[in-house]
Design a protein around this ligand. Structure first.
Ligand SMILES: Cc1cc2nc3c(=O)[nH]c(=O)nc-3n(C[C@H](O)[C@H](O)[C@H](O)COP(=O)(O)OP(=O)(O)OC[C@H]3O[C@@H](n4cnc5c(N)ncnc54)[C@H](O)[C@@H]3O)c2cc1C
Ligand code: HEM
Length: 392
């Protein structure tokens, strides 16, 4: 339990820390990578360069310090961090490293205001948060290991099939190399790939794009321009190759409500919605599958989704091309703006929406859905990177 004296110091210094939180995390990461180069491989260096991880950590620290007496309000935020940490393999012994470097960064940025007393209080608060995360992460690691077909850490998988889904998206079908049982997962969850690319260890998350309960996992990867891992997977990983995977994680998962479901995605954001689609239909839900793609050459899984309409009349599908090609004449075009969503959604707004795509797409769809009367807590979304702010 944090002492009252520490709580008072944190409350008094929170405005100063909040005002320069991204400066603090901006000092923190280079310092940590210099002092402890062994942790660098856990971090996505693109997120470092783009500043998204720095912002996510700053937001988390400030939200925590502002809610020391009611940590329960941080439930979803804590769970998001725990899921991400577990998928990446973060261990208890990493916490003192982060604690030391975070305090050193606070000292450097706050200058004279960072007295020993102030740093002591923030250190105490960090220790409390670290304890909470370590406990929740251990529970998750242990749960993963105890599940039938589950495992702790990384497990070797074999690529058993590759499938081209569009000009830019390639699917990889993966089975355990040991021939053993495969843990099921919740529709919408992701795994982490741990790769060694030319001597550099890198980690990347990929959503499972198949339904649960099969004897393989499938990931579907978009080739990013000059993307390190997506380029490696597309160009160098062949059937028969082995890959290291962490167990499925994540809370962007299909709920078991009965109300109509809207799966609203753009581009490669389609992947988790694919794993939700069939289980939702099998449970008897009405599903509106709305997907935006640049054009027919970029659109993936169109035939798979259309085929499901045969067996499930409750499935409504709308695909829109935002940059149609000449050969796409006659296909629905445009964006999922407010007018389009108003026309597509059922009049009764008691819906569950799962939203995933580029940030601008999610921001615009979120605003439209809210204007159309969909409650904020009914709109779930995920970023293919650190959490960013979506609501204006
Ligand atoms: C939960 C989750 C689920 C995901 N699911 C999927 C999925 O199902 N399918 C999928 O394809 N992806 C998914 N992703 C994204 C995936 O993890 C990778 O981020 C993606 O594949 C790109 O990785 P990369 O190594 O190929 O590209 P990176 O090398 O990380 O680069 C990404 C882009 O940033 C640019 N870039 C790199 N460095 C810089 C810099 N310094 N400045 C400016 N630009 C830079 C690159 O040129 C490239 O265009 C998911 C991510 C998360 C967090
Ligand atoms: C109290 C301590 C910590 C807090 C509050 C914290 C917070 C966060 C947050 C908010 C995210 C972003 C989650 C998301 O939006 O996806 C994150 C991701 C991450 N954290 Fe932590 N974290 C802590 C400790 C650690 C430790 C000890 C390590 C190990 C060195 C670590 C490594 C990572 C990594 C590798 C990521 C993903 C980064 C990326 O995508 O580039 N964290 N953490």
């Amino acid at each position: 339990m944090l002492s009252q004296a520490s709580k008072d110091i944190i409350a008094a210094t929170l405005p100063a820390v909040k005002a320069c939180a991204t400066d603090i995390t901006g000092v923190f990461y280079p310092l940590m990578f210099e002092r402890y180069p062994e942790v660098k491989a856990f971090f996505n260096q693109t997120h470092q360069a783009q500043g998204t991880q720095r912002q996510a950590l700053a937001n988390a620290v400030v939200a925590y310090a502002a809610n020391l007496d009611r940590l329960e309000v941080l439930g979803d935020a804590v769970s998001l961090i725990v899921q991400k940490h577990v998928s990446l393999g973060i261990q208890p012994e990493h916490y003192p490293i982060v604690g030391e470097c975070l305090l050193a960064a606070i000292r450097e940025v706050l200058g004279e205001a960072a007295t020993d007393q102030v740093l002591g209080a923030w250190g105490e608060a960090y220790g409390q948060l670290a304890e909470l995360l370590i406990g929740a992460e251990e529970a998750q690691y242990a749960g993963n290991a105890a599940r039938p077909g589950g495992w702790r850490g990384e497990r070797t998988f074999k690529v058993v099939r590759r499938e081209r889904e569009s000009e830019v998206i390639e699917s990889f079908y993966l089975q355990p190399a040991d021939g053993g049982e495969l843990a099921t997962f919740k529709p919408g969850q992701y795994i982490c790939l741990v790769l060694d690319i030319d001597g550099q260890q890198v980690r990347r998350n990929y959503s499972l794009s198949c339904r649960p309960g099969l004897d393989y996992y499938r990931i579907s990867v978009k080739r990013e321009p000059s993307g390190l891992v997506s380029g490696y997977l597309h160009d160098r990983v062949l059937v028969g190759d082995e890959l290291l995977l962490s167990a499925p994680a994540g809370d962007f998962v299909l709920n078991d409500a009965e109300r109509p479901l809207v799966l609203l995605s753009a581009g490669v954001g389609i992947t988790p919605t694919l794993s939700m689609l069939r289980p939702a239909l099998e449970s008897g839900r009405v599903v509106h599958f709305l997907h935006g793609a640049l054009n027919s050459r970029h659109q993936a899984f169109g035939a798979d989704v259309a085929a499901l309409q045969q067996g499930y009349p409750a499935l409504q599908v709308q695909v829109l091309y935002s940059e149609p090609l000449a050969e796409d004449a006659g296909q629905p075009q445009g964006l999922f703006d407010q007018a389009r969503l108003a026309a597509l959604l059922p009049a009764e707004r008691d819906l569950d929406v799962y939203l995933l795509g580029p940030k601008a797409f999610m921001q615009s769809c979120h605003a439209s859905l809210r204007s159309l009367g969909v409650a904020a807590e009914r709109i779930r979304y995920e970023f293919f990177g650190p959490l960013e702010v979506i609501e204006g």
